[in-house]
Design a protein around this ligand. Structure first.
Ligand SMILES: C[S@@+](CC[C@H](N)C(=O)[O-])C[C@H]1O[C@@H](n2cnc3c(N)ncnc32)[C@H](O)[C@@H]1O
Length: 202
């Protein structure tokens, strides 16, 4: 690990501490939203793999009082002071996950945005981690297909590797616009990139 790695870690880590975000990841979503305008005022957002909650905080800033955020994580997410943030402790690869999330949405509405920053615990075995990440991403895509409005937007974290192209093809079957983006706040050494999709093919 070079010096740059630590500087970079420290920069976003400290910035998150100073600015009151629960994670450095918050800055990745800020960059994504600045470039692609996925989250808008008043939106209903489903955030998969949301703990500790940095993406929830950023989403809440954008949607404001009238929007709704549903954060899902296998781990517990510490409470927020806003009543339009709902958190659910669940595994997003669980079979009935869509029903569990739907129960939290008033009037069974469809949602504007599905985010997934979910990632497995890194084992260090590169192809295992890649395969697990793609499996999680496929589950996020499945959830997005069930819950998103026709003009809904979706952001899914993936790891680069041999299974990525197949996954992107699957996303392209569902959405007209598909982009791949690596935020500056994402470590250069990490193979993570984000798939950003909009305009459903329905
Ligand atoms: C990189 S962290 C997310 C950080 C978050 N975006 C933030 O800003 O605070 C990845 C999260 O994915 C969660 N996760 C991994 N696999 C999951 C699964 N199958 N179901 C639900 N959450 C999962 C982990 O528990 C972890 O909290």
């Amino acid at each position: 690990m070079g010096k740059g790695y630590h500087n970079r870690m420290d920069y976003y880590y400290r910035k998150a501490k100073v600015e009151g975000y629960r994670s450095r990841a918050a800055y990745k979503l800020k960059e994504i939203n600045k470039k692609y305008n996925v989250i808008r005022k008043g939106d209903i957002v489903v955030d998969l793999g949301a703990a500790p909650g940095g993406w929830i905080q950023v989403s809440r800033e954008i949607v404001g009082d009238k929007g709704l955020i549903i954060g899902v994580d296998i781990n517990q997410i510490e409470r927020f002071p806003w009543n339009n943030v709902i958190t659910i402790q669940a595994d997003i690869t669980e079979e009935n996950i869509v029903e569990i999330i739907r129960e939290a949405i008033p009037n069974g509405s469809m949602v504007d945005v599905v985010l997934s920053d979910a990632a497995p615990k890194i084992s260090g075995i590169w192809d295992t981690d890649h395969a697990r990440q793609i499996f999680i991403a496929e589950n996020a895509l499945k959830i997005a297909k069930e819950l998103l409005k026709p003009d809904g937007r979706c952001v899914i974290k993936v790891f680069q590797g041999p299974l990525l192209n197949d996954f992107i093809d699957k996303v392209k079957r569902e959405f007209m616009e598909v982009k791949i983006f690596k935020p500056n706040a994402s470590r250069k050494e990490s193979s993570e990139v984000y798939v950003i999709a909009r305009k459903r093919k329905i």
